[in-house]
Design a binder for this molecule. Structure first.
Ligand SMILES: Cc1cc2nc3c(=O)[nH]c(=O)nc-3n(C[C@H](O)[C@H](O)[C@H](O)COP(=O)(O)OP(=O)(O)OC[C@H]3O[C@@H](n4cnc5c(N)ncnc54)[C@H](O)[C@@H]3O)c2cc1C
Length: 373
């Protein structure tokens, strides 16, 4: 049986492990801490238009060398397997990569998403247009104002929203939104077509829904807890290599031997990339690229770009071949049994319409390719 080691406990590592196990491999996931997945707002942005992505030569999905029909087929399997696995862990999601909805965050601003938790789905803004919606506020909580949220829902989205403050006496002094996490949802006095709750409550009424979060995110924390079950807690700090292959990865107190390794270490928050004067990949010293060019060769150009548009620097990352092997600057593959997936990859807008799509699909395919070693 092929043994696969996945380094990283975010959504990319989880999808890699799902796929490799499905293809018969024995999989170990090692993760040192929650990464960006634990901070996501609550709406998975998977993909917008496949055809337009395929026009971008450095996009990680274009580099797979799979046509639009093939990508759609892989997305169907990856997303449905992911949602089924999460359901088994007790987290229900709705939607699919082919549909997009708009959901309000705690400030009433709309964010697009393809897949959302069941508790968020009822708050799709198009469906609430013109309807009367109670927005629950908690006067003891200082970092959220239901009245502003209701106003934004009214002005920006044409929803007949009104705030209703419900006191929760046992909250600590100077309580924050995070203090609501895990508490039973309070019932409002006035009813509308729906009730919008700040994220984190449990036992929502049938007509209740959760708003999207800003970090720290209850949606992210629930997801991270569900996908983290079964991962080994540890930090990989070095590797053993022989004849162009990685034979083992080491943490402080253990060696993990495997036939194939999936690097799903995330971007700056996860720790997969290290941002300094020049961005580096800290574990294996892999080459880092910006729009197909080695980042090293750009000198201070990227620093300059960052001030003009912060998202520019976020397109930096590893570049891979069709089988998701990371590439050296000269286009060669340094390790034949190493695969990379998720936000450690460059060439796409990390905070854009593939925020979860790139980690899900590249994780899924990296797991499959690794299992076939
Ligand atoms: C604040 C914020 C909000 C976001 N909101 C959204 C959203 O609403 N919708 C959306 O689609 N996208 C969103 N994104 C983007 C999305 O969250 C990320 O693209 C995605 O979660 C990345 O997943 P990942 O698995 O690649 O990386 P991560 O989730 O960062 O996981 C990386 C993992 O690697 C581990 N790791 C790293 N180095 C080592 C090591 N040496 N040894 C062991 N483990 C290691 C880390 O501990 C971590 O477990 C958001 C991002 C941020 C930062």
């Amino acid at each position: 049986m092929t043994t696969v080691l996945v380094i990283g406990g975010g959504i990319a590592g989880y999808c890699a492990a799902l796929a490799a196990r499905r293809d018969g491999a024995e999989v170990t996931v090692v993760a040192r801490a929650p990464g960006a997945t634990a901070l996501y707002a609550g709406g998975m942005e998977i993909i917008d238009e496949i055809e337009s992505i395929l026009q971008r030569p450095n996009h990680p999905l274009t580099r797979l060398g799979i046509d639009a029909v093939g990508l759609a087929t892989e997305l169907d399997t990856a997303v449905s397997t992911l949602l089924l696995a999460l359901r088994k862990e007790g987290l229900k999601f709705e939607g699919g990569w082919r549909n997009r909805g708009l959901y309000a965050d705690i400030h009433g601003l709309a964010r697009p998403a393809n897949v959302v938790p069941e508790t968020v789905a009822r708050g799709e803004l198009g469906a609430l247009s013109g309807k009367r919606v109670a927005v629950i506020g908690v006067p003891e909580v200082g970092d959220y104002d239901a009245r502003s949220t209701a106003l934004a829902l009214k002005e920006l989205h044409g929803i007949d929203a009104f705030a209703e403050e419900v006191s929760i006496a046992e909250l600590p002094t100077a309580a924050a939104l995070t203090d609501l996490y895990g508490r039973r949802a309070p019932a409002p006095r006035a009813r509308g077509a729906a009730i919008a709750y700040p994220p984190g409550f449990t036992n929502l009424p049938d007509d209740g829904f959760e708003l999207l979060a800003s970090p720290p995110s209850p949606h992210g924390w629930r997801l991270q807890q569900a996908i983290g079950l079964g991962a080994v807690h540890g930090e990989i700090i070095s590797f053993e290599t022989a004849r162009g292959r990685i034979t083992a990865a080491r943490s402080a107190d253990r060696a993990f031997h495997a036939d194939a390794i999936v690097l799903a270490t995330g971007r700056h928050i996860g720790g997969g990339l290290h941002a300094a004067r020049s961005t580096t990949e800290p574990l294996l010293g892999l080459s880092v690229f910006y729009e197909g060019r080695p980042a090293e060769s750009l000198g201070s150009r990227l620093h300059h770009l960052k001030y003009i548009d912060a998202s520019e620097e976020m397109r930096i990352g590893l570049m891979t071949d069709r089988r998701l092997h990371p590439l050296d600057e000269d286009g060669s593959v340094p390790y034949a049994n190493l695969y990379a997936a998720g936000a450690v990859l460059g060439g796409y807008d990390y905070a854009g319409p593939c925020g979860f799509g790139v980690p899900i699909l590249t994780g899924w395919l990296a797991g499959r390719y690794a299992a076939k070693q």
